[in-house]
Design a protein around this ligand. Structure first.
Ligand code: OGA
Ligand code: NI
Length: 350
């Protein structure tokens, strides 16, 4: 077994130290390791064409979204309105970023989860017992002008390309959250109307970098977890790694060019009173290829009061969750780390 790594970032351990074994602090206990053979590669996650979302067939698209949220918690979208060049540019910036010299990247390094722009490794190195095979740059991006001055300036076009991407993806997020609201039989603006005094979601994103791993069956890029927010819009490069739990089986969500993977988070599960499920997913790593994924997290602001929509609470379906401030949920989520898969159980109705 290789010794514990002394480097701050995993990418530098992998590229400079030429390791052929996973350092001991990344190794999961046997019972928690991924069984990489027992993964289905058929693509059962629904692929939804958003082209008709603003035409006469809107109702049909809304139905498809509703069914996907209820039965899978995940769906893939095409014709989503985010230009191909915007997608290609942000992916290129992420690749170039992780190829910068170590000292350049370390300018953004911090292990403080409260920092609004930071480069870190694993998940939360202050609390976790076993590390994850990932480095990540995480940054707030709405409103862009409040945060853009914190973002890296290297690669040179970082701020231009990333700002363009955030703005475009926000348009998609708003359309999706409105469609999800309608699919529950609620007003289109019901969910956004619950988002604190400004009725605006916050938005942050991550550049996830998963280096090649000499022993991918011993560790995770990210272990099974649900996302705590409203919805996540994930862009992945052409290297597989995302897996979703469906009927007790891990299913690979293999890359499809120019699509996004959408998953609902814990807060949509709460607002829908459990009709829609925030589903476990994980990122596994592989021996040969680095992988980059770029999730955008569309989240309630901390003061937003979350709880089941009153119209979805009936005598037959009483409230599953109590009301709480999103800020409290966020705090619990970061305290528990990814050791427990989900924190919804702490917010059940009594
Ligand atoms: C996440 C996540 C999956 C991936 O960042 O929450 O689930 O494929 N990422 O990187
Ligand atoms: Ni996730």
């Amino acid at each position: 077994m290789a010794a514990i790594s002394k480097r701050l970032l995993l990418s530098d351990l992998v590229s400079s130290d030429k390791i052929d074994q996973v350092p001991s602090n990344y190794i999961r206990p046997i019972s928690q390791r991924p069984d990489l053979q027992a993964v289905s590669h058929d693509l059962p996650i629904p692929l939804i064409d958003l082209h008709d979302l603003f035409g006469p067939d809107r109702g049909h698209v809304i139905d498809q979204i509703g069914r996907a949220c209820r039965d899978y918690g995940f769906f893939i979208v095409k014709n989503h309105g985010v230009p191909e060049t915007t997608i290609a540019n942000v992916m290129q910036i992420a690749k170039q970023y992780f190829n910068l010299p170590e000292e350049e990247r370390l300018k953004s390094y911090s292990d403080d989860p409260n920092k609004t722009t930071r480069l870190s490794t694993s998940f939360n190195i202050r609390t976790e017992k076993v590390a994850n095979w990932r480095d990540y740059l995480r940054f707030q991006c709405y409103p862009v002008h409040d945060y853009i001055h914190e973002w890296p300036t290297n690669p040179g076009l970082f701020r231009d390309h990333v700002a363009e991407y955030c703005q475009s993806v926000r348009g998609l997020a708003v359309q999706l959250i409105e469609a999800i609201s309608e699919s529950l039989g609620l007003r289109k603006d019901y969910i956004t109307g619950q988002l604190g005094k400004h009725k605006q979601a916050t938005q942050h994103m991550s550049f996830n970098y998963y280096p090649p791993c000499p022993q991918p069956d011993l560790t995770y890029g990210l272990p099974g977890h649900t996302d705590l927010n409203l919805i996540t819009i994930l862009l992945q490069d052409q290297v597989p790694g995302l897996q979703v739990l469906r009927d007790g089986e891990w299913v690979a969500v293999d890359p499809v060019p120019n699509t996004f993977i959408i998953n609902i988070g814990d807060q949509v599960q709460v607002m829908s009173n459990g009709r829609y499920k925030s589903v476990l997913h994980r990122a596994v790593v592989n021996c040969d290829q680095e992988r980059i994924s770029i999730p955008t997290f569309y989240c309630p602001p901390p003061d937003a009061v979350m709880g089941p929509a009153p119209e979805l609470v009936t005598d037959d379906e009483p409230a599953v969750y109590r009301q709480f401030a999103y800020g409290d949920y966020h705090e619990k989520f970061w305290d528990k780390g990814l050791a427990k898969e989900n924190c919804l159980d702490m917010f059940l109705a009594t």
